[in-house]
Design a protein around this ligand. Structure first.
Ligand code: ADP
Ligand code: MG
Length: 727
């Protein structure tokens, strides 16, 4: 009987997956078509209501009583006119994916069901939902007697329509909290962290004489990497289906060594997939911008234009969903996992981050005047202080079983948090610390303000260093350690909170100096010298992949948590806890719950992989190996019968048999250890056992199987190989 992989190969050679019909579109015509945008709100809402809502959206605050009903009614009319049948609160629980529960707009018009329908969607329904939330992770916050959590509308992210072939649903972006008001999601702390950083940034702006800005937003642009493979392979690969990555599979004979994929011409079938993805993004008002091939074979990247953090993150969650569903439609399977193919580059997410005041000024833009520069340098000092003092918090924002394959594996930035500034900006800082004149080409541009001098900054400081986890790229920082499948919420919660905390300290230093009679310029200079001196050790412009950096970072006292479990153990350290609680981002109870949830998520992810490693090993790989052993043993017998006693057949057989029996033993050992780890008590203890006892054994099973894959008769191997899936 022919094995499934060989049958599939034949079938694929004969049947090219058909593509959805070609469809041309004009981005300008479809852009925002499915969004209840400010433009549509302005058209459909009474002027005063619109004004109040716009204020809530742009500068926070809460909605006036009674407005919710008016807004809900306008939303419902718009949605139903656009053929929506259902609505749902859409939220981001701690599962890592989004959640939704749909309700029809329609109810029977009478209890006797006389055949008529009424539509209903009140302000109350818009503002608050009560999903049965008892199955979402709560880390013990929600005991069963208070099992209900509730969702609440987030007016700062517009409602939108999601289309499927039979209808449309109105999505209401929402936060998700317990009955007692604790956050059970990732949006609530993000919104809180935005407020925290806004408050402290405004304090600094006021010192610089800015009386008009009403708030400060963090702006975020998220670059998303992903892999595409033919969907037909996935039916034969439960590992990809259930874990998002290959648990077995030897490296293909051609890797990425030729670097011929990066920025290469995009394959026609892939390009039409990308165009379809972008069309849906445009309809949802997501400003897709860049698309290209990435380094690894079958790897791609997509980036939209930056937006306020809350929106950018909602949009990235939607983008991941669109990538997955559109891939199916085009006969592909989209892998968002950080490391789908061992030996091949993994995927990350670059979180570009900056601060922007309500008047549109980027506070991380060096600017043109000495005063602008001085203000920029104060915010820059804030960033260095924030990253240096909150390395653990930031590292926590990048954890995940998948991302552990990447960080520190010389393809992604190391797990050590440092900041890349580039040579020019670094020498500006040096000159401030040493009070010497800047000695670069831009010396003639230096301008003096008051008694002290602040150098004018060179305009192009966007050197590229791909090995840094946190790089200044001209007018923003690029946080490069986030995993490709992860939500960017944790990264921005951490960045905003760390920044709020650092800016609060800096504002206090400036305020104190000014109160003691110093001029602003003197206060700024003195503060910059102090802060830059203290936090210079976090700046590193060299090669983050090098072994020397690991040693140097250690000398500088920068922490290096190589995996998720070791850093998660520090989530409840008082230094981490205080920053989050003091800035009003997470309460102690929320934080401890989160630590527990994240550990459990890690355990769950790895344990599924372990179980599948064992079952695929036993039911798919061992049988192929045993068949091949059987055939080889027949050859040995035949050789012996013919009197060729010491033939190579015997050596070959023995080597093969040794490998197969080692694999068999390794599977048994992994299975045993899994049972032991599962029976341990306490999340941290179980996570540690998982990391220390299961992952190395899982790797061992894989190493043996991958060696066998290159030996066993190709026609007996059932799992699609890298050569087939990636090229
Ligand atoms: P690269 O791959 O060279 O880093 P990309 O164009 O792929 O650059 O992505 C850069 C991302 O940074 C985009 O999403 C872009 O909109 C975003 N970005 C640009 N300026 C800012 C800014 N001031 N604040 C936040 N994000 C920004
Ligand atoms: Mg890019």
């Amino acid at each position: 009987m022919e094995n499934a992989r060989i049958a599939l190969k034949k079938d694929m050679a004969m049947h090219v997956e058909s593509e959805p019909a070609h469809e041309w579109y004009s981005p300008a015509k479809v852009y925002g078509k499915n969004v209840f945008s400010l433009k549509i709100m302005q058209e459909r809402l009474p002027k005063q209501v619109y004004k109040r809502l716009e204020k809530v959206i742009k500068t926070n605050g809460s909605l006036a009583e009674g407005d919710a009903d008016i807004i809900a009614s306008a939303m419902k009319d718009w949605a139903i006119e656009n053929n929506a049948t259902h609505y749902t609160h859409w939220f981001q629980p701690m599962t890592g994916v989004t959640a939704e529960k749909h309700d029809a707009f329609f109810i029977p018009s009478s209890a006797y069901n006389d055949g008529n329908l009424l539509n209903e969607f009140s302000g109350k329904m818009l503002v608050k939902g009560e999903p049965d939330a008892s199955s979402f992770p709560s880390g013990g916050i929600r005991s069963t007697f208070e099992a209900r959590g509730y969702t609440a509308w987030d007016p700062t992210s517009p409602v939108f329509l999601m289309e499927n072939s039979h209808g449309k649903t109105l999505y209401v972006p929402s936060i998700f909290i317990s009955y007692t008001g604790e956050s059970l999601d990732r949006k609530t702390p993000l919104l809180r962290s935005n407020e925290a950083v806004s408050k402290q940034a405004l304090r600094i702006l006021r010192l610089f004489g800015n009386t008009t800005a009403t708030n400060v937003h963090t702006m975020v642009g998220i670059e998303q990497e992903y892999f595409l493979i033919d969907r037909r392979f996935v039916s034969l690969r439960d590992d990809i289906k259930l874990c998002g990555r290959t648990l077995y599979g030897a490296m293909s004979d051609k890797g990425q060594e030729l670097e011929d994929h990066y920025f290469g011409a995009i394959n026609e079938r892939v390009l039409s997939f990308m165009a379809d993805v972008e069309k849906q993004m445009f309809e949802l008002g997501i400003p897709a911008k860049t698309r290209h091939n990435e380094v690894a074979p079958a790897q791609f990247e997509l980036a939209p234009v930056f937006e306020p953090a809350n929106l950018a993150i909602d949009h990235n969650m939607l983008t991941m969903q669109i990538l997955r569903t559109t891939a199916e439609k085009h006969g592909f399977y989209c892998l968002l996992h950080e490391k789908p193919f061992a030996g091949v580059n993994g995927s990350g997410k670059h979180n570009n981050w900056s601060l922007c005041d309500s008047e549109g000024n980027n506070l991380l833009d060096p600017g043109n005047t000495p005063m602008d520069n001085a203000q920029f340098l104060v915010f820059l000092a804030g960033v260095l202080k924030a990253v240096h003092e909150n390395a653990v918090l930031l590292r926590l924002a990048t954890i995940g079983a998948g991302n552990d394959h990447r960080l520190g594996a010389n393809e992604a930035p190391p797990a050590i948090l440092s900041v890349f500034l580039g040579a020019q900006l670094s020498s500006v800082i040096d000159s401030i610390i040493n009070d010497t004149e800047e000695n670069g080409d831009w010396k003639q541009d230096m301008l003096k303000i008051g008694v002290t001098s602040l150098p004018s900054l060179p305009k192009d400081v966007s050197d590229r260093n791909r090995t840094s986890p946190f790089a200044f790229t001209g007018n923003k920082f690029e946080f490069r350690a986030v995993g490709s499948s992860a939500s960017c919420a944790p990264a921005n919660i951490a960045l905003n909170t760390a920044m709020a905390n650092a800016l609060a300290d800096i504002a206090l230093m400036l305020e104190t100096a000014i109160a003691s009679g110093k001029t602003l310029t003197e206060a700024v200079h003195e503060t910059l010298v102090t802060v830059f001196k203290e936090h210079l050790p976090v700046v590193f412009n060299g090669n983050g992949y090098s072994a020397e950096w690991q040693a140097e970072a250690k000398r500088r006292g920068l922490p290096n948590y190589k995996d998720s479990v070791s850093v998660l153990a520090h989530y409840s350290d008082s230094s981490v806890m205080n920053v989050l609680t003091q800035n009003g981002v997470l309460s102690e109870r929320e934080l401890l719950a989160r630590q527990d949830i994240l550990l459990e998520n890690y355990i769950r992810d790895i344990h599924v992989e372990v179980k599948l490693t064992v079952s695929m090993g036993r039911s798919l790989i061992l049988p192929s190996c045993l068949r091949w052993l059987d055939e080889v043993s027949a050859l040995v017998l035949k050789a012996e019968k013919l009197g060729q006693t010491a033939g190579f057949e015997k050596i070959y057989y023995q080597n093969l048999q040794t490998l197969v029996s080692e694999f068999y033993a390794a599977l048994n050992e992994l299975d045993e250890e899994h049972k032991k780890a599962d029976s341990l008590f306490g999340a941290l203890v179980r996570a540690e056992a998982t990391k220390d006892n299961l992952i190395p054994r899982m790797n061992q099973c894989r190493a043996l199987a991958d060696t066998l894959e290159k030996i066993v008769d190709n026609s007996l191997w059932v799992l699609p190989k890298y050569n087939e899936m990636l090229w």
